[in-house]
Design a protein around this ligand. Structure first.
Ligand SMILES: *[C@@H]1O[C@H](CO)[C@@H](O)[C@H](O)[C@H]1NC(C)=O
Ligand SMILES: *[C@@H]1O[C@H](CO)[C@@H](O)[C@H](O)[C@H]1NC(C)=O
Ligand SMILES: *[C@@H]1O[C@H](CO)[C@@H](O)[C@H](O)[C@H]1NC(C)=O
Ligand SMILES: *[C@@H]1O[C@H](CO)[C@@H](O)[C@H](O)[C@H]1NC(C)=O
Ligand SMILES: *[C@@H]1O[C@H](CO)[C@@H](O)[C@H](O)[C@H]1NC(C)=O
Ligand SMILES: *[C@@H]1O[C@H](CO)[C@@H](O)[C@H](O)[C@H]1NC(C)=O
Length: 482
């Protein structure tokens, strides 16, 4: 009976092919976690602690390139009073490897910090998701040709830099195809190299307060890059990067907690039966990379019986069923389709200075070749996060509480493992007279939830996201109610 139901659903989805999804068609993180399980990868504990080589990076002259990267206007863009730039930064001239960025300055650019935003995947674009459907100034209309202004854009309070990383993601490329076999370490090293060169191109930002933020698999990228920066800052005779803090949202922090938190979240959200939940709990060992067939069968049952609901927000409509008019407080589940059309428009690519060398296309939100061949990925980032906490930089960990792929429950399992005493206990924070979510402030780390939000927090709760983000860069706890 259940099998038949799932079969019918699958057929329905095949029938309308691209319509049975919401927001993003391909789920790289889900696939990554599943691959990791099914390949029975065994954790090498040493791998968890070894980061990247700290060594001098390639720096090229960047004079005059900033002016060339200035965007005159994007096709179909409303009038705005801030500047935008985009283009390539070469990170390895021998391999021909270059990363693509999009930079949205604040109207009041001199007084605002510099913030790097990273999406995860691995293999997903910070421009396709972050800039165009989450926290950037523009969203794409259903025509795929014109843009509307997002009044909760994060560049109201920061100069925001979006990076497509690693090479192979979005418009970023390499002329050496073996570069597409990559992993956490190469991604951190290239991102660092990108930053050093980018700061040569934009020297006025060299001493600016700098923050790194991101979500999902960027739960790896952000702490790893922060650690690399702090280590390099100690020894470099190149640019010292003025890193002030990091924030990671619905982040992959720890494999064991993510596994345990995911199935407990399924059960507490009434997505799976008592029997399947019990079956998983009594047959799976989430600290072990090698589980029994019974465990895998129960896990498969869990995913099958959930049915066709959106991976990134358990309460969101699917693209095929959405009928409401798009708007900032009403996220359009077909947004990724519009972004796909927009960024594949040659006029748009020209305005963005993208794809100047003829990168094989089309531009995609996520590159599955990159994620499938991913080489190194520690099972836990807890030691790296602890190290960052002790370094004195600001560390915030946040979570939209209706996400299914990296649920708040997983993050909550990890928080006590950071071993930090509570300074300000759990309280509801205020968003225009409503509860925006909850906060716990620990020594050196702050945990924040965003209520009623899926994985892509600024998509689903744009106003709450901006309040939360403003608090983060101001170094204040989110406002209390009252
Ligand atoms: C600093 O510069 C010197 C001289 O150019 C060089 O020998 C040394 O390797 C550099 N050190 C680092 C960490 O970049
Ligand atoms: C841009 O600035 C001008 C002059 O201050 C102002 O009149 C206009 O409304 C602003 N436009 C936008 C879109 O903010
Ligand atoms: C789970 O697996 C870990 C790692 O292999 C092992 O140390 C632990 O004893 C196991 N726990 C149980 C309850 O079997
Ligand atoms: C996984 O467990 C199975 C059965 O318990 C065992 O035969 C196999 O060697 C284990 N694999 C690894 C990589 O430990
Ligand atoms: C780059 O442009 C070419 C046409 O010049 C196009 O065929 C290709 O799909 C584009 N690549 C990307 C990544 O959009
Ligand atoms: C917090 O940071 C200080 C130094 O900045 C350090 O002494 C202390 O151990 C840290 N505590 C935790 C729990 O990370």
């Amino acid at each position: 009976m259940r099998g038949a139901f799932v079969l019918v659903l699958s057929l329905l989805c095949l029938g309308v092919s691209v319509q049975c999804y919401s927001g993003r068609k391909y789920d790289p993180l889900g696939k990554f976690m599943k691959d990791r399980r099914s390949k029975r990868l065994v954790n090498n504990p040493a791998e968890d602690l070894v980061l990247t080589d700290y060594s001098p990076v390639y720096v090229a002259p960047q004079e005059g390139l900033k002016e060339l990267d200035k965007i005159l206007s994007l096709p179909g863009q409303p009038e705005v009073n801030f500047s935008q730039y985009s283009g390539y930064v070469t990170v390895d001239p021998k391999a021909g490897r270059a990363l693509f960025y999009y930079f949205t300055e604040s109207e009041d650019r001199f007084s605002k910090p510099l913030v790097l935003w990273l999406n995860g995947g691995p293999g997903c674009s910070s421009i396709g998701a972050g800039a165009m459907t989450e926290l950037g100034p523009f969203r794409v209309n259903p025509d795929g040709k014109t843009l509307w202004y997002n009044r909760y854009t994060f560049n109201a309070v920061a100069n925001v830099l979006f990076l497509e990383s690693p090479a192979g993601v979005g418009f970023s490329y390499s002329n050496t195809s073996s570069d597409y076999v990559t992993g956490d370490k190469k991604t951190a090293a290239d991102s660092y190299n990108f930053l050093v060169n980018w700061l040569e191109r934009y020297p006025e930002y060299k001493t600016r307060g700098f923050y790194i933020t991101g979500e999902s698999y960027a739960g790896h990228y952000v702490p790893q890059l922060a650690d690399l920066i702090l280590e390099n800052n100690k020894i470099t005779n190149q640019t010292v990067i003025n890193l002030k803090g990091i924030a990671i949202g619905n982040a992959l922090i720890d494999h064991t907690d993510t596994e345990a938190g995911t199935f407990d979240h399924f059960w507490t959200s009434a997505l799976i039966s008592d029997e399947v939940h019990e079956g998983i709990k009594s047959n799976c060992n989430f600290s072990s990379a090698n589980n029994s067939e019974v465990c895998y069968d129960y896990r498969e049952q869990a995913y099958e019986t959930i049915g066709n609901i959106y991976t990134y927000d358990i309460y969101a409509p699917l693209c095929s069923t959405s009928s409401s008019a798009p708007g900032v407080s009403n996220f359009d589940p077909c947004s990724s389709d519009y972004v796909f059309d927009y960024l594949n428009n040659p006029e748009v690519q020209k305005a963005l200075h993208a794809n100047i060398t003829g990168v094989p296309g089309p531009w995609e939100d996520c590159n599955d070749i990159i994620s499938t061949g991913w080489q190194d990925s520690p099972y836990t980032l807890l030691p790296t996060i602890k190290k960052l906490m002790e370094s004195g930089i600001r560390v915030w960990i946040y979570s939209g509480d209706t996400d299914r792929i990296l649920p708040v429950t997983a993050t909550r399992y990890s928080m006590p493992k950071l071993g930090s005493p509570i300074k300000t206990p759990w309280y509801p924070w205020d968003s225009q007279g409503e509860v925006g979510g909850y906060v716990v402030d620990y020594q050196n780390v702050t945990f924040v939830t965003i209520r009623g939000s899926g994985h892509f927090v600024p998509s689903y709760q744009p106003e709450r996201a901006l309040i939360f983000f403003s608090s983060f860069i101001e170094g204040k706890l989110p406002p209390a109610q009252g």
